[in-house]
Design a protein around this ligand. Structure first.
Ligand code: BG6
Length: 505
């Protein structure tokens, strides 16, 4: 539901950075275009770079035109709502300057004292900025909301995440904190809640009695880009699994919430995280975790080099660019159902899906189809691209005998919506402006997810060299990952690129 928005200022720290130009400003522009935001919601970019308002607008204009080349007129109008303040975020003077500018903008635009701070900065500043803001009373909600959006990574392990939470909670209430996980803002991920809880036909089957295994993955065809500094220190498990994929798993596996509100939904996903079986021994990890790194190979017709040849990556780096983990959830609903989670860079294509493989029939009457694929009742929720949902089942081929084929029933967003889906950032910024933190990670959930991942990371740090596998760029990943699934007679769904047209895709 869309409420009328309160007026106020969106303050973006790290405004000269890549995320602001690529994602945040385009998302805010789109919200203006669709009239979710008005001229009473203005933006103040903040960073160290010495721009004035005009120079910053020019920079944002270039970024917007790349994405919306036909919208010059509305972009120009929108740019008048954007301001810029250069400050040194490490000094008190910097924040005094910022506070003065905020007061001036609130006054000149006749706005209420509503401030949304977006921290798109290096994580080291997640300590400094909130405490400096609080010192100036910019956490006080007496005369307007004061909210903070915090980008990932939220800590590097459970201990650091707990420390950061404790620090933030000294100055802000949990309701003022919005830990962003952009996967939760994807339209298809939210639709999972509707799919599961607005339909009665799937929920009775949504358990260990009927589901054999679940696969949740985000495969990427891109490599490292210019992010070696961050990525080589973190790797695929911290970058994608601890946050995006575990959050997705939480929604797939959760019980129905008492209400469709932030508190109830986040309570249920937290219970899933608490019930995920922890890896306690080296053997547990060796059996259930596969990590790998990309080597030279051909991605969509173009030869790409190996990870170790990327700029600023050490020649002997053991950082994983691929990870596949088999989780079990120790509760009644999911007893002994493997949840396979995987992610990787430089794979053959960009595709994120949730795949539910239902149990085969107890008795294979129609042996021809049974041989082709055991899990012919497969539900695929395509998160991106070609967003949609597809259910496959067996049908009889016309003619004599019982020759069966797999066929599909599908729902595709491209049929459903005339307009493009809103981006995750658009949705999440709007939610934060409305004070709705349902699609943001709560402190206890972030800590629980680190608690699941920490033993794996620690093991990798100690033994990374001995357990690291390799895969050619452009492939589906390392064979060791297929072998892990084969142990339980499972097989990865490796989709081809056209989800909608090709029934086998
Ligand atoms: C980010 C990761 O959080 O998500 C990146 O840091 C990754 O490494 C990106 O490429 C993937 O997001 P999306 O929306 O393109 O699937």
């Amino acid at each position: 539901m869309q409420h009328k928005l309160a007026n106020g200022i969106i303050v973006i720290f790290g405004a000269s950075g890549d995320l602001t130009a690529r994602k945040l400003i385009p998302a805010i522009f789109h919200l203006y275009q669709h009239k979710s935001l008005t001229k009473n919601n203005i933006v103040l970019g903040v960073s160290r770079s010495a721009f004035n308002d005009e120079q910053f607008r020019q920079k944002m204009c270039e970024a917007l035109l790349t994405e919306y080349p036909d919208d010059q007129k509305s972009i120009n109008k929108f740019l008048n709502q954007i301001y810029y303040q250069s400050i040194d975020v490490y000094t008190d003077e910097g924040y005094t300057l910022l506070n003065k500018r905020l007061k001036a903008l609130l006054k000149s635009h006749k706005l209420d004292n509503n401030l949304l701070f977006y921290l798109s900065t290096p994580p080291s500043l997640y300590y400094q900025i909130p405490s400096h803001l609080a010192k100036l009373g910019l956490n006080d909600e007496t005369d307007g909301y004061k909210r903070i959006i915090i980008e990932k990574p939220f800590g590097i392990d459970e201990k650091s995440a707990c420390a950061l939470n404790a620090h933030l909670l000294q100055h802000y209430k949990e309701s003022q904190l919005f830990r962003i996980d952009h996967y939760l803002g994807k339209e298809t991920v939210q639709n999972l809640l509707v799919f599961r809880f607005a339909n009665s036909i799937f929920e009775p089957l949504w358990n260990a009695a009927h589901i054999d295994n679940v696969q949740i993955y985000a495969n990427e065809s891109i490599g490292l880009g210019s992010r070696a500094g961050y990525y080589d220190q973190n790797g695929a498990i911290r970058d994608m699994i601890q946050n995006h994929l575990l959050q997705l798993l939480g929604i797939v596996a959760m019980e129905a919430p008492a209400k469709m509100d932030a508190y109830s939904i986040r309570n249920e996903t937290l219970k899933v995280f608490q019930s995920i079986r922890r890896f306690r021994t080296a053997e547990d990890i060796k059996q259930n975790v596969v990590i790998a790194q990309y080597q030279e190979g051909c991605v969509q017709g173009v030869i790409k080099g190996s990870y170790r040849d990327e700029q600023a990556v050490a020649k002997d780096s053991t950082t994983e660019t691929y990870a596949a983990i088999r989780f079990f959830i120790d509760n009644w609903r999911w007893h002994n159902v493997p949840f396979y989670v995987r992610t990787g860079k430089r794979l053959n294509q960009r595709v994120s899906e949730v795949v539910i493989n239902f149990k085969p029939t107890p008795h294979p009457f129609f042996s021809q189809v049974q041989k082709i694929t055991k899990f012919k009742n497969q539900l695929v929720i395509r998160i991106q691209p070609d967003e949609g949902i597809k259910l496959s089942f067996a049908a009889k081929e016309p003619g004599s005998g019982f020759k069966t084929h797999e066929v599909d029933m599908g729902f595709y967003y491209s049929d459903f919506a005339q307009k493009a889906l809103p981006t995750a950032y658009e949705r999440l910024i709007l939610d934060a402006l409305q004070g709705d933190n349902t699609l943001f990670a709560r402190n206890d959930a972030v800590e629980a997810c680190w608690n699941i991942i920490d033993p794996i990371i620690q093991y990798i740090h100690k033994h990374g060299k001995s357990i690291l596998n390799f895969y050619p760029s452009g492939s589906f990943g390392p064979v060791e990952s297929d072998k892990m699934l084969a142990e339980l007679d499972h097989i990865w769904r490796n989709p081809s690129s056209n989800f909608k047209q090709n029934s086998k895709a």
